[in-house]
Ligand binder design. Sequence first.
Ligand SMILES: [Fe+2]
Length: 560
Amino acid sequence: MNQSVPNIQIARELATRLESVFGVLPQVIDLSSDGMKLECEEQRSAHYRSPEDMDSANDAWVDFAVKQMTIESQRSYATNSEGRLQLLMHLSQNIEKPILLYLDLLGHSELLVRSIISANIEALCYRENAIASKNKVESFIVQITQDFEELTWLRKAHEYMELCDAKHPLQSIASAFLPDLEQVIRAQAILYIPAVCFKSKQLAGEDQAQFVTTGPFDADTSVYTQLINDWLCSPNSGPMVLNTNSPGASLPGYEGIRNCILVPVSKGSKSYGWLLAVNKTSEQANRVDPHYSVKEVNSACFGTFEASLLVAASNIMSAQARNIDFFESQELLLTGVVRAIINAIDAKDTYTCGHSDRVASYAKSIAKRMGLSVDECERIFMAGVLHDVGKIGVPDAILSKPGKLTDFEYAIVKQHPQIGCEILEHLKPLNYVLPGVLHHHEAYNGSGYPAGLVGEDIPLHGRILAVADAYDAMTSNRPYRRGMPHAKAAAILRAEAGKTWDANIVDVFLASFTEEPVPNTIESTSFPICSFKNAEDTDMQSNSHLLWRISNSISNLVVE
Ligand SMILES: [Fe+2]
């Protein structure tokens, strides 16, 4: 016999099969574990007795044969004792810890019996191998399923990261991709707890409004507080994985939580909060074929797989948080630069202080009424704010001259669009304002400057700013004249529509006054003012709002 049974259970099954052939249950002698044990017909279901307890003559023979085989390492021992042909044989390859089979041949040929035993062992081994292979395939399927879901989620997370920008707070990111992760790791819910909610080692009840929760889980804040404090006390800065040993019971001290993973969302010493996965669900058993019996599938505990994915989510959120920090610092820097430039212009020409802001407001209003996108409106607004920045390069004596300019002086003033471009072109994030800054003094009929462009060859920003700039210049007071009434300025715009200015833009601009009447004069220009005459932009009447708009506009740009 070349085959051997892999374990005692198969040996017993073999004995049962032989019983069906010979009518008598062979005895299985298990020496593979804790000493000599004998399973006999009356004790077949797990009861064993030692050879010393055996009371038949056969038992003595078996005892003798076992010792003989163990000592001599024989594979089988057969004898014809008192007219009875008996066989004792090894069923396992391991001579040191053998499983033996004893049977009375009952007059059958030893060769025949051995052949039957061999055939049955072969069949049982084939079946065992088939079961083992099936289990392996099931295990692979489960692993592949997990890997596929993991990869799918990571791909989605990556795609989302490509789409999101600095305007997305961590809460919106968490809301976007944590629900998919909840499905992958089979959690009842995944929560994002922002660090700002956790002050002085406490969470206030109202702070839960800032949590992002993917599933139906709403524990008391004391539970979250306890979890986070326990994590903070832990010497391990990685994920904290807790599972209860009592099915259905909560973890001690964490009411409502059977198991959980807590992962910090942080970079270096800066904490952005925590990700918390709670309560492994049992749905997983239904997600694959019901016959699956692989332990991992049915396990209702969080483990390495779930923890590693939550760490991946934490890393993504940490990276985005760092990007947000970076963009905010860039926005602050750029906002400061723009504010400094505006202040410099206003300080240089106090009589026209507020002009840039008003032109920006008018231009944005026109853009909105023309149906341009929100981003484009913000860009035009920024171009309006900066359109006269080149006046920094015009001598004060010319800029503040109360009387009429000489041709030479006027030629210098006409350089300000080009100077403005040269100043701003070094601020790469603001390069989108350059067309408007350079061409806001072009005329529709080509008589303007600096390029003398005609019609729609003039960039749209330039045509819009030209109308807004002219209207504000006409209606604003100067030390040497009062501003025109709205009606007079509007009449001039209409008269020159199609000549100096784009007629369509003039129509759009003046229509806004019909729809929403605005004061036609500025009360005073003897001191710097920053008022907005268009009712549509009354929310712009503070520098803080102006800075917000600038910041927003820059943010839009930086994102691109
Ligand atoms: Fe200008």
